[in-house]
Design a protein around this ligand. Structure first.
Ligand SMILES: [Zn+2]
Length: 326
């Protein structure tokens, strides 16, 4: 399914729910938060408030308010602190407490109250717990959208309360500090000899180390706020880091899948790295289909190994498991 298709499919699902009066109270939209997931909501939310005959008309006052992010019945929440964590909030003016208060109020214009939580997978445990109560007993005419790139790091209790939609494509979280160096790394392409392969794996290790440091920083800050024990913090860091690593490795997989498609001359609108066509074409040039497929398989195996042996030597697995040219 191409990126555009995934948004269209999810949109159709939401529209059917709205038309049939069967919307869930909470949705988890898994995918690039500031890309496809936001695009989906930009297309769907106006239909909730539109006063036109054919909804959304895109032209009435409500449609305009939604598009301008000024509609008083829509609240958007995203991580604000330096650590990029969504906290419960000290009072009703911030964090998840702000969401809970907002959603419990009668609509200003109506007929809905909508909360959009961006990067919902960055809620700390206290924030998730507070939100859970509202997900269990949602106020009438309320809708909560959780947007997350790593939904697997949300508590199962939250996930079970949300209807899940998956979308792909568009801008990935540009704020992830590992994306730019990873992109550079990907553009350089697989190493041509064992020595370089080691250097290349080491560079990826550094990118992962930086990502882990950032996780430690973020989790420590929220742990201090909640006063949690050291071992709880360690477990959270471990879980969050594995989620980040899984997201990063998925990018590697997408890259090599794109290259495979280019080797096969598959004409598709669904390239994950559409903007890096040049670098991908260079890597695809002269590559046999079997070799391109082997790269994808190799990466799938690496992802599996890292998941199975989370404590094993990451560096060794990377050195042995990354695609390389003979
Ligand atoms: Zn309208």
């Amino acid at each position: 399914m191409s990126n555009a298709d995934s948004v269209a499919t999810a949109l159709a699902q939401l529209r059917q729910g709205l038309d049939g009066g069967r919307l869930a109270h909470a949705y988890l939209i898994a995918g690039p938060v500031r890309g496809a997931a936001s695009q989906l909501l930009a297309q769907f939310l106006p239909a909730l408030f539109c006063r036109g005959v054919v909804k959304p008309c895109g032209d009435c006052a409500e449609c305009r308010r939604v598009a301008a992010h000024t509609h008083p019945d829509i609240l958007r929440l995203e991580p604000e602190s330096k650590s990029r964590v969504i906290v419960i909030g000290e009072d009703e003016g911030e964090g998840i407490r702000k969401v809970l208060r907002f959603i419990s109020l009668t609509p200003f214009i109506g007929p809905w109250k909508v909360c959009v939580i961006l990067d919902a997978d960055r809620m700390n445990a206290a924030a998730a717990n507070a939100l859970l109560k509202t997900l269990e007993e949602p106020p009438p005419a309320s809708l909560i959208f959780l947007l997350a790139e790593s939904p697997q790091s949300l508590p199962a209790t939250i996930l079970s309360r949300c209807q899940r939609l998956a979308v792909s494509g568009g801008l990935a979280a540009a704020d992830e500090p590992w994306r730019a160096p990873l992109l550079e790394w990907l553009q350089a392409g697989p190493a041509a000899d064992p020595l370089l392969a080691g250097v290349r794996a080491g560079r990826l290790g550094q990118i992962l180390d930086a990502a882990r440091e950032r996780v430690v920083e973020a989790e420590s800050e929220s742990a201090k706020e909640e006063g949690v024990e050291k071992d709880v913090l360690a477990a959270r860091v471990g879980a969050r880091y594995r989620a980040v690593r899984a997201t990063l490795l998925k990018e590697l997989l997408f890259w090599h899948r794109d290259v495979l498609l280019r080797v096969l001359h598959v004409d598709t609108a669904g390239f994950h790295f559409a903007a890096e066509a040049g670098a991908q074409q260079r890597q695809a040039a002269g590559l046999a289909p079997a070799a391109a497929l082997a790269d994808v398989r190799r990466l799938e195996k690496l992802v599996q190994r890292l998941e199975q042996f989370p404590e094993a030597s990451e560096a060794a697995l990377l050195t042995a498991g990354l695609p390389q040219r003979a």
